[in-house]
Ligand binder design. Sequence first.
Ligand code: 5GP
Length: 219
Amino acid sequence: MTSGGHGTDGVERRGLMFVLSSPSGAGKTTLSRMLIDRMPGLKMSVSATTRSMRPGEVNGKDYTFVDKATFDAMVKADELLEWATVFDNSYGTPRGPVEAALSAGQDVLFDIDWQGTQQLKQKARADVVSVFILPPSASDLEKRLHSRAQDSDEVIRKRMSRASDEMSHWAEYDYIVINHNVDDAFAEVQSILKAERLKRERQTGLVSFVRGLQGQLQG
Ligand code: 5GP
């Protein structure tokens, strides 16, 4: 998956797919929001899901909430770039907005699980940068799940027992960030994105940029 567009320095570049994964409660949602607020040129991919809306969530912003029949129809029509079943619900990434953003030279941020990350990598390895967020301890994870106060005790117990399974996929990611505190973790994730944006092969306009520079020097 490639794209044209211009980076902040005016050199044409291809957009990248920036994936954040973690067990629930490791701080990934907070980090995603901070990235979207503070990094120009980065757009959030809003997933479709069959799970019910939590208090405070906004349809079309946090997720597009759909019923199972709608989700299945999206899969059948090949409208999802990737999809997976997590906690007995279906989640998937609508293809259209991602392709539109990438072809406008924007980067896209994904908050998806390891199954979705694997699918994106199969489709566009060179364009995917993946980061796994780890909690500093199990008790920290539990505390965050409780303080979120969005899920019932039973759901929290389920999420804790799944956390270990989810974490077993850490070695499939390009970068690992341990979220001791949110400001440091944010600074680390931001540095990863900034460095990845500067990779030579993503700056597709460098050849003509350097030629222009050389022309000016010789001119
Ligand atoms: P939650 O229900 O807590 O919002 O999300 C549960 C899990 O589903 C999280 O690990 C989240 O990253 C993952 N998830 C959310 N959207 C998608 C998606 O579109 N695709 C995949 N594969 N996972 C997703």
